[in-house]
Design a protein around this ligand. Structure first.
Ligand code: SAM
Length: 329
């Protein structure tokens, strides 16, 4: 235990313990999901994004400050070449206990085994429709079958639990809520329903709340019972009482969970982002490229942790700066 740290995290100004780092490895994505990208795709150049060694260096310092959990995200993390090499570098860092990855699953089949061998523990797959045509429409042209193959391979190699994240969008895919729930009930899927976050600000988009989603499931698929599934995140889990599948609800909008927020974000271009839904960012790339030593990196990490706002203000104001694709969710 070092000064200012708890054994597993550094406390922020609101007494929240920060022990989880979400790392965006690229802003590039092979999908164009209707809600995630506004069509303006300006990609960062090769020199703009942090190298794997730079990411590992920042993570090593973060681990010394008590970060134990790391999640790789993007853009689509699996479009960046050799991402398993980054997993190997992170696995070797003392104190990092859990490395997971969030993916759209389309490139997973070919990479699941090497990711597992490199030390990746778990995987989340974002999937918003079980209907091939609709999936293609939502994602801008990809094949649902590739995602299913990726999920099966992840399961086969032991990247488990494979959690499925569905962003519920009224009028677009909310008629599939019960179909997803039945996958949990009948096929042991771990499905998490995520409230759509209107980056455009309060009331810009219609939001279906978790209580409405839960009502629909219980009416058509059976009663849900509170249960528990491992993870470092804010989901509330339920099961149907039998079978191994689970249903999770993540409700950033209707049930703000900022009081339990334990995370810090690192963007692909080397900015520490204290809050997903707040545009404040702290540049750590300049420090690392200008010869900043460990003490300087630690000070920047601490500054970012202390800058975490008490809560998000999504209801009051839009998130102006970046799209979700550029932050990593
Ligand atoms: N490409 C990876 C993937 O598809 O999982 C990682 C990046 S993606 C930006 C991370 C997650 O953010 C996905 O689950 C996506 O559905 C979710 N997401 C994007 N925009 C969102 C929004 N406005 N509200 C809620 N979730 C959103």
């Amino acid at each position: 235990m070092t000064e200012g740290n708890c054994i597993t995290g550094t406390y922020d100004a609101f007494n929240r313990r920060v022990n989880y780092l979400r790392i965006s490895v690229t802003d590039r994505c092979n999908l164009r999901c209707i809600y995630c990208s506004d069509g303006e795709i300006s990609h960062l150049g090769h020199n703009d994004i942090l190298s794997y060694e730079e990411i590992a260096r920042i993570t090593r310092v973060a681990a010394e400050m008590g970060v134990t959990h790391v999640r790789l995200t993007g853009g689509e993390p699996l479009v960046r070449p050799y991402v398993a090499n980054l997993v190997s570098l992170l696995t070797a860092i003392p104190g990092i206990e859990d490395i997971s990855l969030t993916t759209n699953g389309t490139l997973l089949e070919a990479q699941a085994a090497e990711l597992k061998a490199a030390g990746l523990k778990r995987i989340n797959v974002s999937l918003d429709s079980l209907q091939p045509d609709r999936f293609t429409r939502i994602t801008g042209g990809k094949n649902l079958h590739d995602v299913f193959k990726g999920m099966a391979e992840a399961h086969r190699v032991g990247l488990s639990p494979v959690k499925i994240n569905m962003v519920v969008m009224p009028g677009i895919n909310d008629d599939e809520i019960v179909d997803f729930a039945k996958k949990a009930r009948d096929e042991a899927w771990h499905v998490r329903f995520i409230e759509y976050m209107p980056f455009d600000g309060a009331g810009a988009e219609p939001v279906l709340t978790v209580s409405e989603i839960k009502d629909r499931i219980e009416t058509s698929a059976g009663a849900l019972w509170a249960c528990c599934l491992n993870g470092a995140g804010p989901a509330n889990y339920y099961s149907f009482g039998s079978g191994e599948g689970t249903i999770g609800f993540i409700r950033p909008v209707s049930h703000r969970f900022c009081g339990q927020c334990n995370r810090l974000r690192l963007t692909a271009d080397g900015k520490l982002r204290p809050c997903l839904l707040n545009d404040l960012e702290i540049d750590i790339r300049s420090s690392i490229r200008n010869g900043g030593g460990e003490a300087e990196l630690k000070a920047l990490l601490r500054q970012a942790i202390m800058a975490k706002p008490e809560r998000h203000y999504l209801e009051e104001a839009a998130v102006g700066g970046r799209q979700m694709r550029q932050i990593g969710g």
